[in-house]
Design a protein around this ligand. Structure first.
Ligand code: AR6
Length: 176
């Protein structure tokens, strides 16, 4: 049987899945890294949708997630979640990173989507150590999938070789 978790190396904006996850900031109004790439590829409709959510709900706190349309992206929806900024490990970073994955997955389930793609949340500008973040991402998603039938498929989209190696090792261990 094929695993419900797959590792892909590349640019998350090009992936055809029901929902892609954005590593956003609390303003929800765009930024650098994967957030910038997603807004550039999605066009102005995504920013307009984010502004609307922002007006209705205010800022998005770390660990929380919201869902919008996907503008010009091949995906149907974008889940915007805010990961923790790494402050040395004693500032609830692990719990907040787990929450970011779990709350994103819950929105995917609630909207009936079958596939979702995640970037390595918090491991760029927010500075979370990559190996620790990959382990949290992998375990949180695996645990969630054991108790939910949706999404059927989760893609971890790795932008660089280091993250790709880390996730592939975790998937290999998991499959044993
Ligand atoms: N596709 C997939 N992954 C990517 C892409 C891409 N196109 N571009 C970068 N990555 P980051 P964060 C990887 O910095 O650490 C923004 O300004 C990247 O290599 O995008 O959660 C927001 O507005 C890294 O492994 O997100 C926030 O202010 C991972 O995506 C802040 O950055 C996450 O890196 C969020 O920081």
């Amino acid at each position: 049987m094929q695993s419900r978790i797959q590792i892909v190396q590349g640019d998350i904006t090009t992936i055809s899945v029901d929902a892609i996850v954005n590593a956003a900031n609390p303003s929800l109004l765009g930024g650098g890294g994967v957030d910038g790439a997603i807004h550039r590829a999605a066009g102005p409709a995504l920013l307009a949708a984010c502004k609307k959510v922002r007006q209705q709900q205010g800022e998005c706190a770390p660990g929380h997630a919201v869902i919008t349309e996907a503008g010009d992206l091949p995906a149907k929806a974008v889940v915007h979640t805010v990961g923790p900024v790494w402050r040395g490990g004693e500032a609830q970073e692990e719990r907040l990173l787990q929450d970011a994955y779990r709350n994103s997955l819950q929105l995917v389930t609630d909207n009936g989507y079958r596939s979702v793609a995640f970037p390595a949340i918090s491991t760029g500008i927010y500075g979370y150590p990559r190996a620790a973040a990959a382990l949290i991402a992998f375990n949180t998603v695996s645990d969630y999938l054991t108790t939910h039938s949706l999404p059927e498929q989760v893609y971890f989209v790795c932008y660089d070789d280091e993250n790709t190696r880390l996730y592939q090792r975790l998937l290999a261990q998991h499959a044993l």
